[in-house]
Unconditional design. Structure first.
Length: 502
């Protein structure tokens, strides 16, 4: 019998564990000088080191070490005075070495925390997510399964391998067990990944584009009976690549676990894959234990021992924390809680801030990004940031409206043109011939024509039935092809019909 989410949380407590993989934005790979540029022709960004050819030896990327330390410091971690790389042994076709250079028992950073805040039934509530470790490793290549309906290996006719990504620097951020989130577990997980993304973006160590795989979350979920100290068996949903999917995957796994447990069945410890179309997960493989990987120290790399003075220099470079940054913007812009939450949920806060820094009024900036632009993004089913409109465009549109050169209605046409690739706002205005009709003589000519055509309605207004003016104003706007200022039309129309304006 299918359970509701309320059924699950009435009986079970969720316990989470989150592992977030971050691709660093270094110019070269972790252990060689190959380019890390995204989207290159397959297998063109490779060399003997990242292809694991005999005799090729790795050399650590110093910038990756620096970025890893910055991440650890931003997550309130301790930086290890001594850490080393290990070989994590397993076979997979997209891993040319048949082992991954990673860190095991001696990570570069450990014992940190991140505080996140979510809206609950009782109001805002803060949760502390404790960090177990931050460690460095290299990414694997990419498999492309051709044929079949799903794009996965099952049902495919053949597979292709692209090793461009093999060796790209990765940082893995692993939480400690996260109990105590209750029914808010999915929201807490989403907020944590969002906070991490904002921190990493602020550090400028990654482009954190989840849709391109530069930020990926593995979500571990288990359930235990409320009041019990015995942990349940966990499943790990791999490579979840959007904030919404993190929330959906955890919620779906909680329901799946509860249904199995209620039926007297056991939860299998395994990796699973999230399916965007259904919101469900499907079985992957049984979950390995650490001993299955046969870790041992990497013999070709020396340990990492950062100087204390260097660590403190990096600590001094840390930017403002995202939570403090949001609080400051909220106060500066006098934004209500609901609208601030809307900007955060829509992932447009940074975009709105950039628009404001370019001179736009904060209220106008967020209105455009959360209103018309968000509507277009929803229609196209893409992220707002992926639309072909930039903060500079919106700042220019806001300025044109403020100068009286555009009405809000005309400005929507300009937004449409910019997104369609017709150029800058000024170019769209010129190409489409968009302009405000602000000549009172031209407006009065249109008003007189409309009043003559709709004499009965005009008489109603003359006799004091002011609400009837709406139909006349609409007709004037149509006559001027929507390029008149509706407020000015109303003022002139009522004056023409002998009614005082407010």
């Amino acid at each position: 019998m299918a359970l509701s989410y309320d059924d699950v949380i009435a009986k079970y407590e969720p316990v989470l564990g989150l592992e977030v993989h971050v691709e660093l934005n270094t110019e070269s790979k972790m252990f060689c000088s190959c380019s890390t540029t995204f989207g290159g022709e397959p297998n063109t960004q490779t060399c003997p080191v990242c292809l694991a050819l005999p005799g090729a030896l790795p050399v650590v990327n110093a910038k990756a070490i620096e970025s890893s330390i910055l991440i650890g410091l931003a997550l309130n971690c301790q930086v290890a005075p001594y850490s080393r790389f290990s070989r994590k042994n397993y076979f997979y076709p997209d891993m040319p070495k048949n082992f991954q250079i990673s860190q095991y028992d001696e990570p570069i950073c450990f014992d940190g925390y991140v505080d996140v805040e979510i809206q609950t039934d009782e109001g805002p509530k803060q949760f502390r997510i404790e960090i177990e470790r931050v460690h460095m490793e290299e990414d694997t290549g990419k498999s492309l399964h051709v044929g079949g309906a799903t794009g996965r290996i099952h049902g495919a006719e053949y597979s292709l391998l692209d090793y461009n990504r093999a060796g790209i620097p990765l940082v893995e951020i692993v939480t400690k067990i996260i109990p105590g989130t209750g029914k808010y577990a999915p929201e807490v997980a989403k907020a944590y990944v969002a906070e991490l993304r904002d921190i990493l973006r602020g550090l400028k160590v990654s482009d954190v584009k989840m849709e391109q795989g530069s930020l990926r979350c593995d979500a571990n979920v288990s359930l235990r009976l409320i009041g019990s100290d015995v942990l349940g068996t966990r499943s790990e949903t791999k490579n979840v690549n959007s904030l919404r999917s993190v929330e959906r995957a955890i919620r779906g796994e909680m329901i799946r676990h509860a249904e199995l447990l209620n039926e007297g069945k056991k939860v299998k410890q395994e990796t699973r894959h999230f399916q965007e179309d259904t919101g469900l997960t499907r079985s992957g493989r049984s979950k390995e234990q650490a001993e299955d990987y046969r870790y041992f120290p990497e013999p070709d790399l020396v340990p990492v021992a950062p100087a204390t003075t260097w660590i403190e220099e990096l600590r001094a470079q840390l930017p403002e924390r995202p939570s403090l940054h949001r609080k400051r913007l909220k106060e500066q812009w006098a934004v209500p809680d609901k609208e601030m939450a809307a900007m955060i949920n829509a992932d447009v806060l940074d975009i709105v801030e950039e628009t404001v820094l370019l001179g736009a009024d904060p209220t106008k900036a967020r209105t455009w990004w959360l209103g018309e632009i968000s509507r277009v993004a929803n229609e196209k089913d893409i992220a707002i940031a992926d639309l072909s409109i930039a903060p500079r465009d919106v700042a220019e549109i806001v300025a044109l409206v403020a100068a009286g050169e555009l009405t809000d209605k005309l400005a929507r046409q300009v937004v449409e043109g910019v997104i369609a690739g017709e150029g800058t706002p000024a170019q769209v205005v010129a190409k489409r011939g968009i302009k405000v009709v602000n000549d009172d003589g031209a407006l009065m000519a249109a008003i007189e024509k409309v009043c003559a055509e709709q004499a009965e309605t005009a008489d109603k207004v003359r006799n004091g039935h002011v609400p009837a003016a709406g139909a006349l104003i609409g007709a004037v706007m149509k006559e001027t092809k929507g390029q008149a200022d509706a407020a000015r039309v109303r003022e002139l129309l009522l004056g023409h019909l002998g009614q005082a304006t407010n």
